[in-house]
Design a protein around this ligand. Structure first.
Ligand code: NCD
Length: 314
């Protein structure tokens, strides 16, 4: 009997995951479906598979990271890959080497996957043109953070059953946030209605062209929302003064139990981390297991990254 080959949406597309913007809805759904299958495995006592046995995965982190880096590290190891994580603060970059030279050096060692986080928007795209292996974007500048949006989507689906028809608010430093951009693309693609809420100085011009409604007032922006995603103030991407003071920011844009009441009664709260408690979010609310999905986001992040590694590394 002839064996039927599984036809997947990702099979014939380029083998890099650079952003949600160039992902089809079929591809996004395929990643989410694959990721679901890893949730149970990750909760069990035996977590190791050999899907990527023999493959070499290099994690190239040019910016600080706790969640994303450890998550990609674990994901690769659980799939059986040989994983090497490089914190580029200690690399030849300090001696003046360019991203391209670093890429060529690593490429000569025949990796199968490079996961890259970089402070410059577009760095993963550039890298993907210079190496022979799969490139996965783990966050580039203020452009995109595709695996964060995918793990956010999986977390919502896990709790609410579906994304279609939900109203999702993304609040805070929209201007500098790659998480906001990737989530806007993905949540829209999966059929949600998206509100963005920020002070005028942190709201990108032309944001409405991305298919969202923009608000500078939490009460109006949160009205009727099922999900409230809070963002960190990206101080490292700010030159000059965008805000009068952190205290004032908290008063108008920090999520408190009182402000959460503007959203739906059963609204759930998310944050990609790291959180600035008392700046964008009330510290008790952040830990309130009845409303906060923060820990679940971290947990499901590993499953999503396993799915991406498996599907993109051919
Ligand atoms: C986010 C990032 O790096 O863009 N963090 C993360 O990946 N969990 C958000 C942030 O740094 O604020």
């Amino acid at each position: 009997m002839a064996t039927e080959k599984k036809v997947t949406a990702i099979k014939n597309t380029p083998k890099h995951l650079l952003g949600i913007q160039n992902l089809s809805v079929l591809e996004a759904r395929e990643i989410l479906t694959e990721a679901k299958s890893f949730i149970k495995l990750n909760r069990g006592s035996s977590k190791k598979l050999d899907v990527l046995r023999g493959k070499t995965q290099i994690n190239l982190f040019f910016e600080p990271s706790t969640r994303t880096q450890s998550s990609f590290d674990l994901a690769g190891k659980r799939l059986g890959a040989d994983v090497m994580t490089m914190n580029m603060g200690n690399s030849a970059l300090k001696k003046g080497e360019t991203l391209i030279d670093t890429a060529m050096t690593l490429n000569a060692m025949h990796p199968d996957i490079i996961v890259i986080r970089h402070q410059d928007s577009g760095a993963p795209n550039l890298l993907s043109q210079k190496v022979n292996c799969t490139v996965i974007n783990a966050g580039d500048g203020r452009r995109e953070h595709p695996t964060q949006a995918l793990l956010d989507a999986l977390t919502i689906i896990n709790r609410k059953g579906n994304i279609e028809g939900l109203k999702i608010a993304i609040c805070g430093d929209i201007l500098h946030s790659r998480v906001a951009r990737s989530n806007i693309y993905l949540m829209n693609m999966l059929g949600a209605e998206v509100n963005v809420i920020a002070p005028k100085t942190l709201m990108p011009k032309g944001i409405d062209n991305l298919g969202v409604k923009s608000f500078t007032d939490m009460k109006k922006g949160l009205d009727g929302c099922d999900i409230v995603m809070m963002l960190r103030l990206q101080n490292e991407r700010m030159q000059g003064s965008f805000l009068p003071s952190k205290r004032e920011y908290y008063e108008f844009f920090g999520l408190t139990p009182e402000k959460l009441k503007f959203a739906k009664k059963d609204a759930l709260l998310m944050h990609p981390g790291p959180m600035n408690r008392g700046v964008e979010i009330d510290t008790k609310l952040a830990d309130d297991i009845n409303v906060s999905l923060v820990k679940e986001q971290v947990e499901l992040g590993v499953a999503v990254r396993m799915a991406c590694l498996k599907l993109y590394c051919k």
